[in-house]
Write a protein that binds this ligand. Structure first.
Ligand code: UTP
Length: 405
């Protein structure tokens, strides 16, 4: 088997990955070969990285005013779906949170000031509001990564799942992709280990199914999954009004959105791309698109996504084999440096990580309801330590919403 791998690596110009194999013990050698056999080499395929965009047009949201008018009806429809056990929640917690610079899973970050209040705790408190409102537990699936799985499980168990029923918490681990240096070479994390990183948040459903969650979804007759990010401490999860609105609309999916703070806000916005729902990133917009306004004065591309989506499982199953585009990000990646026979942690970004993104799943849907929520009530992302979208801004917003820190 080693020869087959070695030939494959030579063909791909990656023979250096086996350079130190003879220095390893039997077990480590086997592990390395096994890792290489199962490695996804698609990151070396340059074509995957850039994606041509189609024709982009505005997509308008169900606005706060419209939602207010139909609130009761939406709420009832959503609560009925939750009570019938049709809704599950998926927490995407496999990210590395490098911008925050916290060396544990982001959910373990303590955002409290005078008491402990962990990010995971904030999210579970928000979900518990709906459990209390409906009298039903909502199955909570938590996606972790190889790197943070153990810490995440141990932490939540030690804290008694912050009052959530452990029977309704299921973990699964997302897949990895190799990291690539600036010369197009895959990297070694150690002499006998190829460097890999979590493959982005777009692979969540595939990873869920690979981890055997299909049976749980099927046995529990779950029809909808509300996917959300770990870092928005204010977000409403399994929000009955949102769920009800999507179900009533007859659409295949839904996305919570917030009106842009101003035309220049750096946020991906909902749009139509070749007639399908999609998300256009800030940097992909021309000035004309960015500043274009409708007759009512609102920006034509006004509704920013906040990584809170509702997907229909039937549809996700149909799309399971669809390939999502790979995006690459230049990041700091520790590596084995053979010249000093040691692992080096760089001060500056040195390599590419490849990721698929959940927002690219939206384009695979025939329809998506953009559902506006109030930014100050539902959007407090913790991306950085200070400045924009930071621990500081999230603390302010939590306080504004009456949450004691
Ligand atoms: P981000 O885009 O903020 O990435 O993730 P990140 O890795 O957490 O943070 P930075 O960029 O290194 O600072 C948005 C959401 O997607 C999840 C994150 O945990 C967060 O909830 N995510 C991201 C995954 O679950 N897996 C991934 O591979 C990447």
């Amino acid at each position: 088997m080693k020869n087959v791998i070695s030939e494959k690596l030579s063909l791909l110009n990656q023979a250096h990955l086996l350079k130190h194999i003879k220095e390893l013990g039997d077990n480590e050698q086997k592990k390395l070969i096994n890792q290489l056999e199962n490695l996804d080499f698609s990151v070396l395929d340059e074509n995957v990285a850039d994606e041509k965009r189609g024709v982009i047009e505005p997509l308008f949201a169900t606005t706060l005013e419209e939602i207010e008018k139909n609130k009761e009806r939406y709420r009832e429809a959503g609560e009925a779906a939750i009570k019938a056990g049709k809704v599950g929640a998926v927490l995407l917690a496999g990210g590395q949170g490098s911008r925050l610079g916290f060396d544990k899973p982001k959910g373990m970050f303590d955002i409290g000031e005078t008491k402990n209040l962990y990010i995971f705790e904030c999210l579970i408190n928000n979900l518990l509001d709906v459990v209390k409102q409906t009298g039903s537990w909502i199955p909570l699936f938590i996606m972790t990564s190889v790197q943070n799985d153990k810490d995440t499980r141990t932490f939540l168990e030690e804290h008694n799942y912050f009052g959530y029923s452990s029977d309704n918490v299921m973990f699964f681990v997302q897949e990895q992709l190799p990291t690539v240096d600036t010369n197009g070479r895959l990297m070694l994390a150690d002499k006998g280990v190829v460097s890999t990183a979590p493959n982005g948040n777009g692979g969540w459903y595939a990873s869920m199914i690979k981890s055997g969650m299909f049976k749980i979804l099927k046995d529990n007759k779950i029809e909808w999954l509300n996917v959300f990010a770990v870092d928005n401490v204010l977000q409403r999860i399994a929000d009955p009004c949102f769920i009800g609105a999507v179900i009533e609309s007859g659409m295949e999916s839904g996305s919570k959105v917030v009106a842009k703070a101003d035309a220049d806000e750096r946020v991906g916005v909902m749009c139509l791309e070749d007639g399908r729902p999609s998300i256009v990133e800030y940097y992909e917009m021309t000035d004309e698109m960015r500043y274009s306004r409708e007759a009512d004065g609102k920006l034509s591309y006004n509704y920013g996504v906040i990584l809170n989506y509702l997907f229909k499982i039937d549809n996700l199953n149909k799309l399971l084999n669809e390939k999502l585009p790979l995006h690459k990000a230049f990041k700091k990646v520790s590596y084995y440096d053979e010249t000093i026979d040691a692992i080096v942690t760089p001060e500056e970004p040195n390599a590419y990580k490849y990721e698929t993104l959940v927002l690219d799943m939206v384009k695979l849907q025939d329809s998506c309801l953009a559902y506006e929520v109030e930014r100050s009530k539902e959007f407090a992302p913790v991306k950085n330590k200070t400045g924009v979208d930071s621990v500081d801004t999230a603390r302010e917003l939590l306080k504004l919403n009456g949450i004691e820190l």
